[in-house]
Design a protein around this ligand. Sequence first.
Ligand code: NAP
Length: 287
Amino acid sequence: MGKNSNPKIYGVLGYPVKHSFSPAMHNAAFSALKINAKYKSFEVKLDQLKDFFAKMAEKNIYGLNITIPYKEKILDFVSPDKGSDYLKELKAVNTVARQEGIWKGFNTDVAGFSQHLKEIFAPSGKKVAILGAGGAARAVAYALAESAVSEIDIFDIDANKVKDLALVIKKLFLNFQINAVNNIAGLKIKDKDLLINATPVGLKESDFCLVNEEMLHKNLLVYDLIYNPPETKLLALARHIGARTANGLSMLLYQGMLSFKIWTGQDAPQEVMWKALQGELNARNSN
Ligand code: NAP
């Protein structure tokens, strides 16, 4: 591609999207590999979504990450890639790519989460509690079932969402034990090896902690999908009682690297992307 040709456009689509670290991460990667491309933020309201999609080619858009609240809705506009047929059931697409003129949907949260989890924990045969049953929890529950954890208990304030997710996972993984529970006590965290927060609770300084000290134990791994703040109240509490902790920054990196590979066909520059994420974290927390 010539120096002066129009850059290919990529971006994160959601509402809101200001919180996203993805522009910093992907622009650093494009720049390091000298790819003529730009990654933008597309904050689009639901009633403008159809129009946005109609104009994607005109805007030179080749790929998107999808965030709150469109990970399911996006299936009105894209078809799952042929290697990702399960997304028709799971209904959680976080990456789209224009391939041979057709828009295809992928989920890189699943493999991104799995990759990081397996670096720090051996999931097979383990018991898991999940807080939240939204878009991220759908990817996480799928990844855990695929990794052969023995059991998942899951809670969300929206009882319908949690029941639906349990049903979908049971459909995709026959005989898999996943239970929708009615309250946090029902998660029986004391009996679990891994606790995952897939709710947005903890993003804001004013947020309360979803669990109390008595519910936890020191042999747990507590994994919060939130990456800013890097230590939520939940993670601080877990650390205080001697449990292991992980935040969502490595998952963000790995899902981003997988999206990058889908879009460009090139291996993503891990160190460059990780440095960009750290830089973004410092910049956002220095004011
Ligand atoms: P989402 O689709 O809005 O799902 C969040 C779910 O949590 C919703 O079902 C919500 O219910 C529920 N919830 C809210 N408050 C709750 C409470 N007090 N108790 C139980 N459930 C509650 O959001 P998402 O896309 O799944 O994202 C969830 C979090 O994961 C966000 O903080 C996001 O930043 C993070 N995330 C991180 C990564 C990463 O790469 N690290 C990737 C994706 C997401 P209502 O809808 O009824 O409020």
